[in-house]
Ligand binder design. Structure first.
Ligand code: PLP
Length: 408
């Protein structure tokens, strides 16, 4: 009989969202007339912008014409999109990235989940805590995380990000091989300054680590001092892979398009006394396991970079950031500490000292019919916080604010 890869049996069940759904269902049953508003969703609510839907329609028409029909596309993405990425996301920031260092995909979740395949099974992985769970679970599936005890994986190095260190992770005591960094951060909504990120790039260079840099929320950065790309920092092209996504930038969560940047100068130990480039290995991996993001979706992503596309997506992002600012003010008026929400669509709220993140979740649900996400669900260092997201509709956000004000 076939035997399971028992790393899959070691995975922790997705307790967080299942438990939230259960509690919300119980509440709705007890109070069916109360409309529950979720401030916990990590999905966008605003539709695709007109520049994107027009490009999609044009591409659909092309696919129905013999002269323009396209079958399998390049596994790495079409040149038109890879060149647009270089031209619009990197060149204006003085970053020298070549189109063949860009790998288009159908999502940053797959890219950040899959990239770990390129590293030795015994590699040591470091993650910030609290953390986007994909980084941890994909390494558990490979058998790299060790055993789970006391709420932590024994072979994972956790880098706490808490108010005491201003949400800037300290360098670890144990040298990791792979470091996952996500800025602007999900779930805390905090960012890294240029000097803090340079510190991590220098650390990785000194210690021979690779940084997997997830910048899915890059488009939300407002502060001109915050780097948009890790490659704005000296030496990053030798130590870092960057992941970007059109999901939160342009509402593509249902359409699916993202890209990874794998610089040709990024080389790691080949275990035989030499070095090997990650660009070639990722290319090989993608060509073997992936047949490319749909042509029509890549044309839609290209339209995000048109003048109209840029203006329209900017307006949507500003709308979400406006929600974040209003929510943040309302929470502050409740006398609570807030972090994030300025350069990110997430607000990280410090819950009152006498309570914990799940009790605060219960309080908001029962007294205001509002749903947040308990920070403890993102890792041990998330205890004492809850996450609010700014992705709600303007109407729901306004209503949520009224209900929060009633809590003051
Ligand atoms: N990375 C982070 C940090 C995220 O929060 C998310 C989605 O919530 C993703 C990646 C997934 O992006 P995509 O929709 O491109 O798969």
């Amino acid at each position: 009989m076939a035997t399971v890869n028992d790393n899959f049996l070691a995975l922790r069940s997705n307790y967080l969202f299942a438990e939230i759904a259960r509690k919300v269902a119980v509440f709705k049953e007890s109070d069916p007339d109360r409309r529950v508003i979720s401030l916990g969703i990590g999905d966008v609510t605003r539709p695709l912008v007109p520049a994107v839907t027009a490009a999609l329609r044009r591409a659909v028409e092309e696919m129905g014409e013999a002269a323009h029909f396209r079958g399998y596309g390049p596994e790495q993405g079409y040149a038109f999109l890879r060149e647009a990425v270089v031209e619009h996301d990197y060149r204006p920031r003085g970053v020298d990235v070549a189109p063949d260092e860009i790998f288009v995909s159908d999502g940053a979740k797959c890219d950040v989940g899959n990239f770990q395949e390129l590293f030795a099974k015994d590699s040591i992985v470091a993650v910030t805590d609290p953390v986007y769970p994909v980084y941890v679970d994909s390494n558990v599936m490979t058998g790299r995380a060790g055993t789970y005890s006391g709420g932590r994986w024994q072979r994972i190095v956790y880098l706490p990000c808490v108010r005491e260190n201003d949400f800037v992770p300290d360098f670890p005591g144990t040298r990791p091989d792979i470091i996952y960094l996500c800025y602007p951060n999900n779930p805390t909504g905090t960012v890294l300054s240029r000097s803090a990120l340079q510190g991590w790039v220098d650390y990785a260079g000194r210690e021979g680590c690779v940084i997997l840099y997830d910048s899915a929320y890059e488009a939300y950065i407002q502060d001109p001092g915050i780097p948009h790309s890790i490659y704005e920092l000296d030496g990053a092209a030798e130590v870092a892979v960057e992941f970007r996504s059109f999901s939160k930038t342009a509402g593509f969560t249902g359409l699916r398009c993202a890209y990874a940047v794998v610089p040709k100068g990024l080389r790691i130990d080949d275990g035989r006394g030499g070095k090997v480039g990650l660009n070639g290995l990722w290319n090989r991996r993608q060509c073997t396991k992936y047949n490319g993001c749909p042509y029509i979706v890549q044309r839609a992503a290209e339209a995000v970079y048109s003048a109209e596309g840029k203006r329209q997506t900017r307006e949507v992002i500003e709308g979400y950031l406006h929600n974040a600012a209003l929510l943040g003010d309302a929470v502050k008026k409740m006398g609570l500490e807030i972090y994030g929400g300025v350069n990110a669509p997430y607000i990280w709220v410090g819950v009152p000292k006498e309570t914990d993140s799940w009790s605060f979740f219960d309080r908001l649900l029962h007294s205001a019919a509002l749903v947040c996400t308990p920070g403890a669900g993102f890792g041990a260092s998330g205890e004492g916080y809850v996450r609010l997201t700014a992705f709600g509709t303007p109407e729901d956000t306004r209503e949520a604010i009224v209900r929060l004000q009633e809590q003051c």
